[in-house]
Design a protein around this ligand. Structure first.
Ligand code: NAD
Length: 370
């Protein structure tokens, strides 16, 4: 059966990494029929808007998209395409797994976390204005609703239950933000009572940043509001090996868009230097979403084996300062070809590799296999 998927190549390194992801997706043998649409700078050039209506129409029709990163101008100019997509399609749950791969590019080889971020409101609601005519004072409104808070905390507990995860931690700042923070906290506490089998706890966001860089292995599912989730998911990506290996997915009730945590990295655009793994692991998440479990496992293992072998890896996994085992760096397209080459060769009879102490894949409890 063929699955029609909207493909948005995006800006900067987006076209390179989405081409790499397509190559790997095609190597799995799952029939993905790509509906390519332009958003971002290419769409501004051709249609005068970064988010033409056909992009939204395509995602609504296919209910599935693979997206490259899109540049957002700082200050004036167009509003963020990413924020607009989330709000217009009601993509409310941004899920960002941070899994260390073969202990490479990280000081924390056991990192295996998932950040679940509310993606439609909070400080990214777009409700902001200058207070005075001289632009010396400004306000941004932090919109938190009970409905969106209930929906995201329920999503996090359901994810923990489905994936047999150990714990759900809510992150907020309810001590200072006495209304918005407290509303989110209350929603979390009440939802936790409906999942008595899943340990639940809370951290203030500042403490959580410190805890994560000291002992990330103690945490598992983290659920939080929009801005805190944006920041924590980059932090967790860093713990797991950097933005080059951090995939993401964003879910609505019936739609799902898969996009890496990283941005368009304009300084590397067109150089074939960027790591394609984050976008390739978005294909893994997409395949799992489609129920194509074997193909998804093949992608994960081929990525793991390529990084563990370290013969064909991009600069961010190869060079001194990024790794304690430097090797000559390869191009992003060479790394993608190596991953695609391995897809049919991986041995599915072995347990899937999981983050653990450097070097050795963890023995796996079959119960934990996803
Ligand atoms: P960025 O993620 O593009 O880059 C941050 C750093 O990580 C840079 O040093 C970059 O070179 C490196 N990096 C990122 N991806 C990499 C990869 N695949 N391989 C190797 N190194 C990689 O973040 P930024 O510079 O803050 O943002 C650039 C633009 O991207 C901005 O316009 C921003 O708004 C946009 N952005 C878009 C998305 C999205 O579309 N979802 C997400 C974040 C940022």
């Amino acid at each position: 059966m063929s699955h029609r998927v909207t493909l948005i190549p995006g800006d900067g390194i987006g076209p390179e990494v989405t081409a790499a992801a397509r190559l790997v997706a095609d190597a799995t043998g799952v029939q993905l029929d790509w509906d390519v649409v332009e958003a971002g700078e290419a769409a501004i050039q051709s249609q005068g808007t970064p988010l033409p209506p056909e992009v939204l129409d395509s995602i609504r029709r296919n209910r599935l998209a693979l997206k490259g990163p899109i540049t957002t101008p700082i200050g004036g100019g167009f509003r963020s395409v990413n924020v607009a997509l989330r709000q217009q399609l009601d993509l409310f749950a941004s899920v960002r797994p941070a899994r260390a791969i073969a202990g490479e590019g990280t000081r924390f080889p056991e990192t295996d976390l998932v950040v679940v971020r509310e993606a439609t409101e909070g400080l990214y609601s777009g409700v902001e204005h200058w207070v005075d005519r001289d632009h010396n004072a400004a306000e941004t409104v932090n919109v938190i609703t009970r409905q969106a808070s209930d929906r995201i905390v329920r999503f996090a507990f359901e994810l923990a239950k489905r994936e047999k995860r150990r714990r759900v931690t809510a992150v907020h700042k309810a001590n200072i933000m006495k209304t918005t923070g407290a509303l989110f906290q209350t929603a979390f506490r009440e939802m936790a009572t409906r999942y008595p089998e899943i340990p639940a706890d809370e951290r203030l966001v500042d403490n959580m940043c410190m805890q994560l860089v000291k002992k990330p292995e103690e945490y598992d599912v983290i659920v939080t509001t929009n801005l805190f989730g944006d920041i924590l998911s980059d932090l967790c990506a860093g713990l797991a090996g950097g933005l080059g290996v951090a995939p993401g997915a964003i879910y609505g009730d019936s739609l799902a868009v898969f996009e890496p945590v990283h941005g368009s990295a304009p300084k590397y655009a067109g150089q074939d230097k960027a790591n394609p793994v984050a976008e390739i692991l978005c294909v893994e998440l997409l395949l799992r979403h489609l129920g194509e479990r074997e193909a998804a496992d093949r992608v994960w293992r081929a990525v793991w084996e390529t990084i563990a072998e370290k013969k064909v890896v991009t600069y961010d996994l190869a060079l001194p300062g990024y790794t304690d085992r430097p090797v000559p760096p390869s191009s992003g397209s060479a790394m993608a070809r190596e991953i695609a080459r391995k897809i049919p060769l991986v041995d599915l009879s072995k347990p899937p590799p999981r983050p653990t102490a450097r070097g050795s894949p963890a023995p796996v409890d079959p119960q934990l296999e996803t």
